[in-house]
Design a protein around this ligand. Structure first.
Ligand SMILES: [Zn+2]
Length: 311
């Protein structure tokens, strides 16, 4: 066959790129470490960037966010060969696919929380930053490696309520319900949830203040407090002492740290989803259901099948 035969060059262009040899040394991954974080640390051992490492192995994308969620079967095989592990090890370091409605509950660029204990171990063992999958996921409240509560990023905000410090007995008491609510939200984020009410819609409801549409005496009693007060034992007493505890919208207004508000909301979510119909009636009976109330607006925004199940 002639060297400049066009059909021959076409065959050569389509030939799959050979897999690279396994790296002689691969640093040990940390528990639940994201694939891009592990690859970046491996590249540092060889004096190359994550982008150069990805190109060397033959991965089409070099951005961490895409490496962690958009790899083909061939690329997973290439990585497993290069990193001297089974394909399953690579897969378990990727993000799980999420339902479109809840994708915003996962951060892509920077963690929303950390485990301070594990992070200290990372710093002690390795100069490079380590990124753990659960630090990016809103529904995670405890570290998967050491079971400690996850913390907000940055230094503590002393001007905010901190029930974990000021009411430790009460806060530990709502943790079992919060774990249950977190598990339900995690389940929903990954696949269709069996309850008619989407947990994210319930979280939004629980974040609302109980003020519009209320009789005067009820406004005095509950005014300014959140729907979550109705479902988390003891929350309304603490709220009276310390001001509004549950944020109006958890990602915008944060009288408490996000991690604290999230635990309160997840505890309430667990209770609410145990019997959405009864729970919704409780909110409606307490708050009133007048025209223009936030509750009515909330209900009218729900899908028809969800509306009929709670009204
Ligand atoms: Zn930890």
């Amino acid at each position: 066959m002639a060297p400049n035969d066009p059909s021959n060059s076409c065959i050569r262009m389509m030939a799959p790129r050979p897999w690279c040899l396994p790296f002689p040394y691969v640093p040990e991954p940390f528990p639940d470490e994201l694939l891009s974080s592990w690859l970046r640390r491996t590249g540092v051992e060889y004096g190359i960037s994550l982008e150069q490492l990805a190109q060397h192995i033959g991965i089409s994308t070099t951005k961490p966010a895409y490496i962690d969620q958009d790899l083909s079967r061939d690329e997973i095989g290439r990585l497993a060969g290069a990193m001297r592990v089974e394909r399953a090890e690579i897969r378990q370091r990727l993000y799980q696919p999420l339902r479109p409605q809840v994708r915003s509950l996962r951060a892509h660029r920077a963690p929303i929380q950390v485990c301070t204990s594990c992070r200290a171990q990372h710093f002690a063992a390795h100069a490079q930053p380590v990124f753990i999958r659960t630090w990016f996921e809103f529904w995670r409240i405890e570290c998967q490696a050491c079971q400690r509560a996850l913390s907000s990023l940055g230094s503590p905000a002393l001007d905010r309520c901190n029930p974990a410090r000021e009411h430790p007995g009460w806060f530990s008491g709502i943790m079992p319900a919060a774990r249950h609510g977190a598990a339900r939200l995690h389940l929903y984020a990954r696949r269709p949830f069996s309850a008619v009410l989407p947990p994210v819609a319930v979280l939004c409801l629980l974040s609302k203040p109980l003020t519009p549409g209320w009789p005067d005496d009820e406004v005095i009693r509950y005014g300014g407090y959140g729907v979550a007060d109705l479902f988390v034992p003891g929350l309304s007493e603490i709220t009276r002492e310390q001001g509004i505890l549950v944020p109006e919208v958890w990602t915008i207004k944060k009288p408490v740290r996000l991690v604290t508000a999230r635990i309160i909301l997840l505890a309430a979510l667990s209770h609410f989803l145990a019997d959405p119909k009864a729970s919704f009636r409780r909110v409606r009976d307490t708050a009133g259901f007048g025209v223009g109330s936030f509750l009515e607006r909330w209900v009218s925004a729900l899908p028809p099948h969800a509306r009929s199940s709670i009204c």
